[in-house]
Design a protein around this ligand. Structure first.
Ligand code: NAD
Ligand code: UD1
Length: 337
């Protein structure tokens, strides 16, 4: 199976590419390297024993996409390419609608023209509305609170409409909860630019000495220890979810949506403790006011993915922290070290 992986040089895309190669599929990457480094291709070659084909270009380039689909006889597409920073999306909404919505539209048009009908799309738990019941099921009320979230929701709606418009399309949206961790070898991991927005890369940078202390955003939430609770999922489990969605989606008509999470919430302080165990020392933290826009607690009901895709998260918080620490300790400055 030849699979076009847009955004395949990124954090989740690169580890999914590796997972596809190890399962005997042929991934072809397309990335504009706006948020990734070409060195990841060397790491993939080293781990998989062969170098994946990589097309450098933009997912909004219709001619390039059509050419890539034809040249590489693509059977299915996994679409990661896009922008992902919630705060930035509030300041630059047009960039988010352009990359995430327009990018998906151009991709779907290229697929339609070239008769490629299977797509797996990176959606997010951020599409759910705020006051939903826990755990979040796929049929919970939707209503994202940021332009980033709305861009994901819009693409889901496009996929749903397209699947209804004619038979033959197999369109799957995977709603990720909080992906963390790295490849167990420590060679591929998350390499955020600037100050990390997300918890795990921030803790990892404190552990390696790049940041002084973790800022805990709020300890007065109605949660057991007062800090925010999330459903962290190992990126290796996430990668396997894409492999299964791609294999099982191929030839299965319609629009399908799945939560990918562990179904278990962990607090900021629990994550910090787990990371301390992984790196073998205590890590400094300071309590700060709540971060605007944050929710107290949410986690997934991932039973639909288990029932229909045969997917279940296998790796726990120890592996998430150990693998993340292995990556950070061997690459203190990310891919540039
Ligand atoms: P990432 O930034 O590491 O990867 C995205 C990749 O897409 C990068 O390599 C970037 O260079 C590329 N890209 C961006 N815009 C492009 C364009 N217009 N054309 C071609 N390539 C482009 O991000 P990630 O964490 O691997 O996330 C992958 C996908 O999963 C994104 O769509 C993101 O919104 C979604 N997602 C991520 C998380 C998370 O916590 N990481 C959670 C939920 C959903
Ligand atoms: C964020 C995004 C979400 C995205 C997800 C990807 C927001 C509002 N939401 O979710 O759209 O899909 O990342 O993983 O940005 N925290 C700290 N200190 C830090 C960083 C975070 O205490 O330096 C806390 C947060 O308050 C939260 C928890 O850690 O309680 C997780 O935060 P984060 O990793 O940023 O993820 P989310 O906010 O859940």
């Amino acid at each position: 199976m030849n699979v076009l992986v847009t955004g395949g040089a990124g954090y989740i895309g690169s580890l999914t590419t590796l997972c596809l190669m190890q399962a005997g599929l042929n991934p072809v990457l397309l990335d504009n390297f706006s948020n990734s480094q070409p060195q990841v291709l060397d790491c993939l070659e080293q781990l998989a024993g062969r170098r994946p084909v990589c097309v450098t270009g933009d997912v909004r380039d219709l001619a390039l996409l059509e050419q890539t689909l034809v040249e590489h006889s693509i059977d299915a597409v996994i679409h990661f390419a896009g922008l992902k920073a919630v705060g930035e999306s509030v300041r630059q909404p047009l960039a988010y609608y352009d990359n995430n919505v327009q990018g998906s539209l151009v991709l779907l048009e290229a697929m339609r023209r070239q008769g490629v009908r299977t797509l797996v799309f990176s959606s997010s738990a951020t599409v759910y509305a705020e006051a939903s019941e826990m755990p979040l099921r796929e049929d919970a009320r939707l209503g994202p609170s940021s332009p980033y979230g709305r861009s994901k929701w819009m693409v889901e709606q496009m996929l749903q409409d397209l699947a209804r418009s004619e038979p033959g399309w197999s369109l799957t949206a995977l709603r990720y909860f909080n992906p963390v961790g790295a490849h167990p070898s420590g060679t591929i991991g998350e390499d955020p630019r600037g100050v990390p927005n997300n918890l795990m890369p921030y803790i990892a940078q404190v552990a390696v000495g790049r940041r002084e202390a973790l800022h805990v955003f709020g300890n007065d939430y109605p949660t057991p220890d007062g800090t925010g609770v999330r459903d962290y999922i190992h990126v290796q489990d996430l990668a396997r979810g894409h492999l299964l969605a791609c294999q099982q989606g191929h030839g299965r008509d319609g629009f399908h949506v799945y939560n990918l999470g562990r179904g278990q919430g962990l607090s900021v302080l629990e994550m910090l403790k787990a990371f301390e165990l992984a790196c073998g020392r205590e890590l400094p933290f300071v309590i700060e006011p709540r971060r605007s826009g944050d929710l107290a607690a949410y986690w997934a009901d991932a039973s639909r993915a288990e029932d229909e895709l045969g997917w279940k998260a296998e790796l726990g918080v120890d592996a998430m922290c150990a693998d993340s620490w292995r990556w950070q300790a061997s690459h203190p400055m990310g891919y540039s070290t």
